[in-house]
Design a binder for this molecule. Structure first.
Ligand code: FAD
Length: 428
């Protein structure tokens, strides 16, 4: 057998691995085009990603790489994100911006920060609820962190662990909480205080630019069987490829079905314990200009079906025809909280009117659904142990997981690009 590294999946992780690998490789993708979650749908002049897909940079490397791939084609924007609760808009992040809420709530949020209702500070045993209390106190937990996270994850925060929060939920000092209780003019906090977005064509431009630099991408090749002994992958069209090492960005859970060999019991059990949530993403094109000046709004309360609504028209003016508006509404669901897909579009529409975003007489020009099965991995109390068992098993069999669902980790586009680079360096 010739020494061959194969990559499964041409999302940003697979593309980045292919881009950074020195050895000859082949990338196999089940869809007709590359990009995975970072694809874009263009309908009647409206441009929709798989809900919001904005670039943030922690590393200079990825910033420079993207400049190289999309020279002068992306622009920075200052985040204009809000939370709607108790019939009031407050600035994001909630923990540093309670100004405008009823005074009794503001008071509880401040008092909670001054005297955190800590359950446990022990990082190994803390659940997400303990972490909220420890980080923000009882008020901020009650009025935003708990309801929002429960709604988003569809699972009580007591059943989750906080390992993913470090990159995504900004901690705050009491000074920021006090500043944000008395004025709207606060410093923008968090990883996404500024974001970058392609001037034209949506986020898929990035995947396309990557793909131009990578040889041997085979689309419409769905991996259907992986034989760990023979070291082969069989595809839906009958093609069989041998590999010495397999870089795999497919959802880790899918490997349970794809691997044809008998799995050790502990591995089988670990696969079965992996949990994820899905996002039902309704995109609307509306026949009215400037329905909002915001980038996105969070809805922690259960009286709204969606947890967030975003406005692509404000990411770049080219994402909607002149004089029209666009939005996406996101509803999460899971085995824990199944979704009635029959009635959901109507309910979202009613809730958008209730939230004051749509008017009853608004003409909807485009209504399009992205139903994202694998959207976020669930960090529950089994997570750390299961991942260790599965990673050990896969790497021992020359399968190298990469990317958001390959690694089964809450990762951004930048994170998976770095991850692809790292695996390529390891195998180079
Ligand atoms: C709702 C949502 C919003 C997000 N917003 C942001 C954001 O604003 N900013 C940000 O930086 N990141 C965001 N992300 C994260 C970002 O989308 C991911 O980190 C990144 O795109 C994942 O890339 P990947 O290559 O790891 O996985 P994927 O994009 O999932 O790629 C995996 C690829 O494998 C292919 N595949 C699957 N099964 C098979 C098979 N059997 N055979 C062959 N191919 C197969 C798929 O078709 C896909 O192309 C968001 C993610 C979601 C779900």
């Amino acid at each position: 057998m010739s020494k061959q590294i194969i990559i499964l999946g041409a999302g940003l992780a697979g593309l980045s691995a292919g881009f950074h690998l020195k050895a000859k490789t082949k990338i196999f993708e089940k869809e007709a085009r590359v990009g995975g979650l970072a694809r874009t749908e263009i309908i009647k002049g409206f441009i929709f990603d798989y809900d919001g897909h904005l670039l943030h940079f922690k590393t200079k490397y990825v910033r420079q790489l993207i400049d190289q791939l999309l020279p002068n084609q992306i622009s920075a924007r200052k985040r204009n994100a809000w939370i709607y609760s108790n019939d009031v808009y407050t600035k994001y992040p909630f923990q540093a911006n309670t100004f405008g809420l009823p005074l009794r709530i503001v008071k509880k949020c401040i008092l909670g920060m001054l005297k955190p209702a800590v359950k446990t500070k022990d990082k190994d045993t803390q659940n997400l609820y303990d972490w909220m209390l420890d980080s923000f106190g009882a008020g901020i937990t009650k009025y935003f962190m708990y309801p929002y996270n429960y709604k988003f994850w569809t699972i009580p925060p007591q059943e989750l662990i906080p390992d993913w929060t470090v990159n995504f939920v900004p901690r705050v000092k009491i000074k920021s909480v006090l500043d944000g209780a008395f004025t709207l003019k606060t410093k923008a906090l968090g990883y996404n205080s500024e974001f970058y977005y392609p001037d034209k064509g949506g986020i898929e431009q990035l995947a396309k630019a990557f793909a131009k630099q990578v040889k041997n991408i085979y689309t419409e090749h769905e991996a259907q069987a992986i034989d760990l002994e023979q070291k082969t992958v069989k595809f839906s069209n009958g093609r069989i490829e041998e590999f010495t090492r397999l870089i795999c960005s497919l959802p880790m859970l899918e490997l349970k079905k794809l691997i044809v060999n008998k799995l050790p019991e502990n591995v089988k059990t670990a696969f079965l314990k992996l949990r994820y949530i899905s996002i039902y993403n309704l995109n609307l094109g509306i026949d009215r200009p400037e329905i909002s000046d915001k980038h996105w709004i969070y809805y922690p309360e259960d009286k709204f079906s969606f947890f967030r609504v975003g406005f692509p028209m404000n990411f770049s003016h080219n994402t909607a025809p002149r004089g029209k508006s666009s939005l996406y509404a996101e509803v999460s669901y899971s085995k824990n909280k199944p979704l009635d897909k029959q009635g959901i579009d109507k309910l979202i529409h009613q809730d958008l009117i209730k939230a004051g975003i749509l008017r009853p007489d608004d003409k909807i020009l485009v209504s399009h659904v992205n139903d994202i099965k694998y959207a976020y991995v669930v960090y529950d109390h089994n997570y750390r142990d299961c991942l260790k068992i599965l990673n050990d098993f896969l790497t021992a069999n020359n399968i190298f997981p990469v990317g958001r669902f390959g690694k089964w980790k809450y990762m951004s586009m930048e994170d998976v690009i770095v991850d692809g680079k790292l695996i390529a360096q390891e195998l180079n």
